[in-house]
Structures are given as C-alpha cells and as structure tokens.
Design a protein around this ligand. Structure first.
Ligand SMILES: *Cc1c(COP(=O)(O)O)cnc(C)c1O
Length: 848
C-alpha cells in the first residue's frame, strides 16, 4: 500500500474530473427528439426492440438467445424511462426544493423489468410485440437475475421506500453500495446450507448507468496534525495514508405512472491511479495487482450477517466509503456552486437506515469544518438538522459498536470529531443532571467495556434531529428499554413510523389475479391510495365474491406449484392449507417453534394418537437463509430439511403433511410464495421483532396470520380484528417477567407430554438415521438455553394451530377472514410510511 505524500493532491477533495463543466451545455434542435418517447403502438415497440437486438446485442432475432432478448428488452424499456428521468433531474436542479438522501448499506431490489413495465404501463404492448416475434414476455422476465444487494427486511424496506417516494413525486436520491457479489445463493447439500457466490452481474447489467466521470476519492488511515492555514487560523489537517475511488452507478427508480423517475446511486470501489502507478513504476507487478484487489475489495461483497453485525474492518471501510462518497456527491454535485451551506438543512435530510451510515455524522462535520472552514458550532447546528436516524432492532447484539482502536486507525480525524461531539454532549448532560457519573457513563457515546468503543446508535441519537422506531411497540420499547436516558434527555426527539411495503411490487406485480379482482370490484386508484381497499369489506359477505377470491388463491397455488416443480422438482397440493414461514433464519424468529408443531403433528399421526384422516392437510413452506457464520441457525436449517425428508416419505402420513424448503429465498421467490399462502407464520418472541414487513405482505395477499404480539403484528391484529388473526404466546411484559423470575426451559419440557415427545423424537435420531449426535446441539440449546423461549410458548402455539385447523374447515368463514385481511391492511402501504416520515421527521414543505 502506498502512502499519499505531501505533494500529492489533497485526497479529500473531489477528483478533478468531477468538477461541473464550465462551458455552456451543447444543444441542438433535435436534442429533445433523441429521447425516445414510449411507443403508442405494438409496431413502434417491435422496431425499437429489434433495433436493440440487432445493434445493441449484435444478433439477429433468429440467432438470439433468451439472454440477448432479455438484455435488448431491458434496454428498450429503459429508453422509454429516459425522457422522464432527464425531466425529473432538470426540474430538481431548477426548483432546488428540499429532498431526501436515503443512506442505506443495503437495497434488496428484486427484479427490475416487471416493475419498469408496470410503471410505464407498457406491459401489454410489450407482451403483444414480443409474441409477434415468437417470444413470451414471461420467459424474458424469468431471465433476469435479481440484484440481491441486501440481506432481508432492512434492505427490502429501503427498496420499498424509494419506490414510494418516486410514486409520490418526492425528490429522493438513494445512496448505497454496488456490491459485486450480493447475498449468497443458498443451496442444500444433504440438507445442509452451502453458500454459492451471487454473480448477479455475470449476464449483463442492463439497468445501471456508470458515471466514472463523477468518481470521488475516498481516503483512509494516516494521521492528524495542527497546521496554520492562509488566514493564520490553526486547523486540524488529516493526512490520509491511502485512498480509493468511488465510482457511481445510477439506477432508475420509476414512479408508478406519474412521469417521475428518481435516482438510486450505488458506489463501486476502484483503485486510484496514484495507488497503482507508483507500485507499477517500482516494477512490482504482482504487488500492484494485489494492491488494486485490496482497494476493490471494499465493494466486492455484501456482508451476509443480518441482525448480528461483525466488527470487521472491511465493513467499516464499506460504511465510510459509501457515506463519504454520498455526502460529498450531494454537496458538490447536487447543490449549486454558490450554495450557502448554512441553508443545507433547508435542502436535504440524510435519513440513516440503521447505524450502518452513522459515520456520515462526523464526515459531514469534517467536510464543513476542515474543508468548508465553518466554525465548529455553526457546523454542528447544521449537522444536527441534516440527519435523522431509524433504529431497526431491539437485540443488544445488533447495536453496532466500533472499537476506538480500529476507528482511530482507519479514520483518525473522525474519531477526534466523535470525541468532541461526545465531550460537548456529556457537558450538556452534566448541566442538566449534575455529576451523575453512572448516568454519564451510561449515556457516553464512548463505551469503556469490554473495550473502548464507539456506540454508533448513541452517536446517531445525539446527532439526529429525530430518532424513529419501525412499529408502535418497537418505538415504545426503544424509548423505554433501549434508549431511556436519551428519551428523558430529548423527549421530543423520539417518534414512530410503522414500516410499510410497496403495493406495486407486492400486490400488483406479485398477485395480478387478485389485483384484477380488486380493480373489478372497487375500481382503479387503490394502488396509489391503498386505504381504498376498505371498499372490499362489504364484499366479504358476498358469496360470489368469496368464490372468486378463492379461485384467485387456488390459481396462485397452481402457479407456485409450477414454479417449484421447475425450480426444485417438488410441488404443492392445491387442496392443502398452505402454511408459510419465510424470513431470515434467526433464533429470535423461532423457526424451531414451527418445526416443533410439525414434529408434534407427525408424532401424533405415527403413534396413532390421531387418525390421519382427521388431520387437516397442510403443506408447510420454509424459506430462510442463515448467516454463514451462524452455527445454530445452520443446524436448524439442517433439522428442518431432515424432518421434511422423513415426514414427506413416511407412507403413514399419506401426504397429509408436507414440508418443503425451497433453497435461496429471495424477492423473486417471495413474489410467488406469498400470494399462494393461506397462513402467515409471524411467531417471534414478543419484544424481539422490531416490525417485520413479511407479515404485511401476507396480510395484503389474503393470508391469515398466526402470530405473537410483536412488531407490526400488533397493528395488523388491531386493524384486521381479533377474529381474523390467530394470536398466541406471551406478551412482552410477560416475557420480561419470566426472564426476571428466571426462565428454566426444561421445566416446560418436563411439564408438557406433547412437547417432551416432540423433543425426544428429535433427540432419538428419528430424523437423522438413528444418529443421536446430529441434532444434539439443537436439542440441548432448546432444553438448557432457549434464549427466545420457544418452549414457554409451545403449548399456546399448538393450541392456536388447532384453532387454525378448525377455522380452515369452515371454508366460507376462512375466506371472509382472508378478504377482511386484504380490505383492512391498506395502512401497510409504504406510501403511508413515507407520508409519516414527511409529517413527523423530514418536515419538508409540500413543494415536494
Ligand atoms: C419482506 C422480505 C423479508 C423480510 O421478512 P420478515 O418476515 O419481515 O423478516 C426478507 N426477505 C425477503 C426476500 C423479503 O421480501
């Protein structure tokens, strides 16, 4: 690694080629006409498509592969969005109205083509045109590899939010990282998870627009010293040790049929010229290549940990890399040249999606104080108004901390800035509460134990104009349990915004037949005003409507059956209750509780305690990736697969209980599974799931929830009504209480014969060819640790599942409840979430 010398350009400044060009922009009378207008005829589309195929892909229609056709189609469709994109950007430059910069380390976007066609209303024209060419649109849509640039809920939330902001015509730029490898592709080998690299870029990336001319240089390491500037003022000067280039890749974020296209800007790391050249010149070719790899590692791979961050140096590099590039980009590229930075809060709010981008706080301070030469106090006043922080967790192990040692080594100037922020903050605390040392220690941004480290959530809370939780219960626990001292200190700072999901992707695209039924029944308009689904309520009493609603569900089950047969060679019975648990594998989410229900049902069948003919036919679908380093989660995956193998092949079960676990759960699979589901499993231990968004997707697609009183389940149940929701399990205060009294899982095992039999069956080796060692870690974890109280909620869960069976037997009653779930879940549109952010946090004028 080379050292940046004194003579090299100050690396913290914009790369020279990124300076806005001074000469007047070139123009031509035909300039506007070169922007392709959307076709109004099938012929017009076919001409464009063939042109892309012939001249873009360089193949004839006859010789083209499905991938050629997909790429040509994607490029054709993006042409149609181009005029809207340019116009959006032009208007934004002109009005300079306040906007949102959404900072997120993850965006779990899902496939782009279907959404782009929906936004532009071109699906029909394109399908017709392609079929004239002998091509099925569905085949080309299936060719797209989804960009899996996120782990799960948090990344998918970011994708839903930017969709809603575009649809609501709110100026927003999403900033993140263009990982070369997204979330791993999950495969199973003998029932165990094996991770494969996700080469999502391998077959071409038609949706991205690289802008290397807007590259920014991002610095790391080195030291800080005093120096006297030209005005005789003593300042701190950071002399970094190394740097990388950040190359922006732009993606279109089309609003739904409103002519707006916002931007998602993802950064890719590339070695800087200075970095390679010197080593090259020294003749050490291998070292030069190694150094380049080192720099480019920063955006190489998404960390596959969900809810349990690893304090790895590369991860901090990723965080600073994208946040520094984004803040610099906003200030230098999106603002007019003569902009008065004191007005920054009138122009932008940086929304921090969890703590991953919080290093942006000291970065903005550094830019304002060191580069723009503002006074510290003035800079802090600006910074405090420019950030807002969304907390996504309640698990203490998920709260990010960075060791002072690591942070100081990688970002020495930022550590100084954090220290000063903390000093001034603690002085304020002292002023209010006196020398309450315990309180000071509790509230300090710097933790002393187990090692000196920076608590990123505290930094975000001190700096943020607002702090929000993601569901009512979560926000309340955040105030009362996670950050109580901060709530006392800043009572007005805390607020709630319940998460939401975009109905464009998760209803309209994922469930076209339900969408058609809805539009037939209540007319258009619901897709951008989801509360209109209330209009369906009276139809719950309409027998003919219920029959149509059931036909939609049955059709979706057949569609899923076809998808899974093609994908994994397993099908789903369309006369089974389809019971679905899809989400990341985590002990707090309690996939093992669902598993115990399956084992109990199986045990009762094979022991003859129940007549198999009396068992409600069920297919249970799991979908879940485990973080590669999360041992217990991987053991649970293995156990699910082993139980499935045994149950599915036992003739005594007579196919009335099926367990299927398609590998590689992602957005694409979610779009097929969720619309087919009858039952949604949302069974986390109360007080552990911040919100959940999967729960919302299911309710809006007409599945009934079996769930604990946790996260947004609470609000779902309040809205859909107790009769249409299967509630079970301890409430959060009961969990707290049991914890305090001392939870002994084995006492639940001793006291409940069914539970004992289920656990004993697993322990006996019944699912591992008689080998008792295989699942011993899972068994002893449940019996002697059970951090998330699976055993304590077992009996209530089994009882609730019996209630599910009984309710499902009454088809008309079940359908009525399913319809009411759809009709009453409009609140969970991410459009509503965005409205709440605007009203409660961004305080942006309606000029949006
Ligand atoms: C919605 C979604 C999630 C989040 O699911 P939860 O049940 O809320 O944890 C995770 N992964 C994918 C692919 C999703 O679409």
């Amino acid at each position: 690694m080379t050292v940046v010398t004194e003579t090299s350009t100050p690396v913290s400044e914009t790369a020279p080629d990124a300076t806005p060009s001074a000469p007047p922009a070139p123009t031509h009378p035909l300039a506007l006409a070169t922007v392709t207008a959307p076709p109004t005829s099938v012929d017009g589309f076919v001409r464009e498509f063939l042109r892309e195929l012939n001249f873009g892909q360089g193949v004839s229609l006859q010789a083209s592969t499905v991938n050629d056709q997909y790429l040509a189609l994607a490029r054709t469709v993006r042409h149609y969005l181009m005029a809207r994109w340019s116009e959006t950007l032009r208007r934004q430059r002109e009005t300079q109205s306040k906007g949102v910069a959404y900072l997120s380390a993850e965006y779990l976007l899902g496939r782009q083509l279907g959404n782009a066609l929906l936004a532009t209303d071109l699906t029909e024209i394109v399908a017709d045109g392609l079929s004239q060419c002998g091509i099925e649109l569905a085949d080309l849509r299936a060719q797209e590899v989804e960009p899996g640039l996120g782990n799960g809920g948090l990344g998918r939330l970011a994708a839903c939010f930017i969709d809603s902001l575009a649809t609501m015509s709110v100026p927003c730029i999403g900033y993140g990282i263009r990982y070369e490898y997204g979330i791993f592709r999950q495969t199973f080998v003998e029932g165990r998870q094996v991770e494969q690299p996700d080469s999502w870029l391998a077959l071409g990336a038609p949706w991205e627009f690289p802008h290397p001319e807007n590259a920014r240089r991002i610095s790391f390491g080195g030291s800080v010293a005093d120096h006297t500037d030209d005005d005789g003022v003593v300042r701190r000067r950071w002399t970094p040790a190394w740097d990388v280039n950040a190359l922006p890749y732009n993606y279109m974020v089309p609003g739904y049929r409103n002519g707006r296209v916002n931007t998602l800007r993802l950064w890719r790391a590339q070695a800087t010229d200075a970095f390679d050249l010197k080593i090259f010149n020294s003749g050490d070719y291998e070292e030069a290549v190694r150094a380049q790899t080192f720099a480019e590692n920063i955006s190489k791979v998404l960390y596959p940990e969900d809810s349990t961050p690893q304090g790895k140096e590369l991860r901090l590099q990723q965080q600073y890399f994208f946040v520094a590039a984004s803040i610099g980009d906003f200030i230098d590229q999106q603002l007019p040249e003569d902009f008065d930075l004191a007005q920054l809060p009138e122009r932008i709010i940086f929304q921090l999606n969890d703590t991953h981008p919080v290093i942006g706080v000291p970065e903005l301070m550094r830019v304002l104080v060191d580069e723009k030469r503002l006074e510290w106090g003035a800079a802090w006043e600006i910074t405090k108004k420019c950030f807002a922080y969304t907390c996504h967790t309640l698990l203490p192990e998920a709260l990010e901390v960075w060791s002072v040692d690591l942070l100081g080594r990688l970002l020495p100037r930022h550590l100084e800035i954090i220290y000063r922020i903390n000093e001034e903050f603690l002085a304020e605390v002292r002023e209010r509460f006196g020398d309450d040392e315990l309180r000071i220690r509790r509230m300090s941004i710097i933790a002393e134990h187990p090692e000196r480290s920076v608590r990123m959530a505290y930094l975000a809370t001190v700096a943020g104009a607002k702090v929000n939780g993601v569901a009512e219960l979560h926000s309340q626990l955040l105030r009362d349990k996670v950050l109580p001292d901060f709530h006392e200190f800043y009572p007005g700072k805390f607020t709630n915004v319940t998460n939401g999901i975009t109905p464009r992707r998760f209803v309209r695209l994922a469930n076209p037949s339900l969408s058609e039924l809805i539009t037939d029944t209540i007319g258009v308009g619901w897709l951008t005003d989801l509360e209109r689904l209330r209009g369906l309520e009276p139809f719950a009493e309409d027998e003919e409507f219920r029959a149509r609603f059931r036909a939609v569900k049955a059709g979706n089950k057949r569609r899923l059956d076809a998808v899974l047969r093609e994908r994994d060679g397993v099908g789903v019975h369309d006369d089974h209750l389809l019971d679905v648990m899809v989400k990341r594998l985590h002990e707090y989410k309690r996939q093992s509780l669902k598993l115990l229900h399956i084992v109990t049902t199986y045990d009762k069948i094979v022991s003859g305690e129940v007549d198999v003919a009396d068992v409600t036919p069920r297919t249970v679908i799991f979908g879940a990736k485990a973080a590669p380093g999360y041992k217990m989660a991987k053991e649970i995956i293995h156990l699910i697969n082993a139980v499935g193998e045994t149950v599915n092949n036992d003739p005594r079960v007579q196919d009335r209980l099926k367990v299927i676990f398609p590998p590689n759960y992602n957005v694409t699979l979610a779009e097929k599974v969720i619309p087919a589901a009858d039952l949604s499993e949302q069974i986390s231990l109360a007080g552990k799931e911040a919100s959940g968004t999967g729960n919302m997707k299911f309710a809006l697609n007409g599945a009934l929830t079996i769930g604990t009183d946790d996260g947004a389940n609470v609000e779902i149940r309040q809205l859909v009504g107790d009769d249409n929701f299967f509630l079970f399990g301890m409430l959060e205060p009961e969990v707290e209480d049991l914890q305090t009294r001392g939870y002994v899982p084995s006492s639940f095992y001793e006291a409940d014969a069914d539970l004992r039999r289920a656990i004993d069956l697993i322990a006996s080796g019944a699912f591992s060819g008689g080998d008792r060692a295989t699942f011993e870690p899972v068994v002893s974890n449940l019996l002697y640790e059970d951090r998330f109280m699976v055993l304590a909620d077992y009996a209530a869960y089994i009882e609730a599942q019996a209630a599910v069976d009984a309710a499902y037997a009454d088809t008309e009653r079940w359908t009525r409840a399913a319809i009411l779930n759809v009709a009453r879940s409009g609140f969970f549109s991410s459009d509503r979430s965005m409205r709440d952010y605007i009203d409660r946090i961004w305080a942006t004028p309606p000029s949006f």
